[in-house]
Write a new protein. Sequence first.
Lengths: 63, 361
Amino acid sequence: MTVQHEHQHQSQTLTLTHHLFVQAAIVVVLVALVLWAVFFTNYPPVHDTFHELRHSLYIVPCH
Amino acid sequence: MMPKRILGLILGIVILLIGSSRAVPARSELQLEMVTSPPVAEIVPDETLVQTQVRLVDGTGQPVRGAWVRLKVDTPPHPRLFNTDFPWVEGTTLVEIESWVEDGTLTWDMVYPIRGKYTFTAEVTYPDGRQARATRTLTVHENPAEVRNFVVLIGLLLTLGLVAGYWIGRGHRPALAGSTVGGLLLVFLLITGPVALAHGSGPTNTTQAQDVIHLQATSPEAHLDVEVSPGWGRVGMLNTVRVRVLDAAGQPQAATVQVVAWHLEDDHPVYTFRVNAPEGEATVRLQFFDGAPHELRVQATPAQGGPLDVRAPIEVEGLAPPTWLKLRVLALLLVPLVLGLAVGIQLGRRPVRSVLQPTTP
């Protein structure tokens, strides 16, 4: 019974994660994370690495 | 009838008085003419060192000769949607110069930090106490390379959205495990600290910096005294540079004063002011708009004696953009991605027709 319940739970999770909108949302979140890390993080090594890039992209604020 | 006539007479007198008072405005008899080198169209924000000359012309069309001038330069206000890369500089005062003007012109070199409409306000005080005020604007356009880069970025995000959307629409599900691991790694990069020293060094603790810097230089004929307040810089804030030139007896003496703010990392000046100080005193206020180390260089050439120089390093604190602004820009950047995703998914869900598929007659 317990094994069957776990199996149902796993398949529900897989169904959810395979849902079209969830997939699209994951893409958006991942890209947002990348953009945030590159353009907006205050973590000094990353911030300094992309300093010139921020200043060359019109609306991306730096400091 | 009589009361109406009296009322009309009074009304006429009032209108006449108002009209005559408008005819001699004490403060509109000043005009500002501006010349820049290079021309305005060639100015690149945060790059070009621009010689800016303001010509002060009185009501008769003649240059203002022999008067005290206080000139203020305000940066463009906050843009409604598309902010600049120096958000803390938007809507602030960039420069204030107080100088005695002999030939009707005020000339200095300056890097304009951001695009937009700068406002120049001049207040003239004549020796007889009369005052006049005038305002003029100057619009600096964005660096074309920045606009082009931004369009490329938007194109890339749109394309990424299209490809990902098409992939998803076709039923190919991205590997969630890999995505999750990648996401967690990126979250690590989001650790926020006390910012934002974009250039590696700067006053992380501004209390260590001096509140006021005093600089002095002396020759047999003259003495130079410079006060910089505060003795450190912050993006968006004005620093005051007061210069006094004395003779050997300790009395103020006439001099010409040059104040230079030198960007140490880029190794070029961001401001160069040349100010007349007929009474031995000059004041310049300037904003260090880049969070990087600078050097302030002051040279005074007194009426008697050779030039005197002093220098002082100025640490400038960079400030991270406000979080709401970061989120707004992020949202703007995600718009093309989401649009691309939506279109891509629709394209991916369309049935694919094979050209080899036989058609029914």
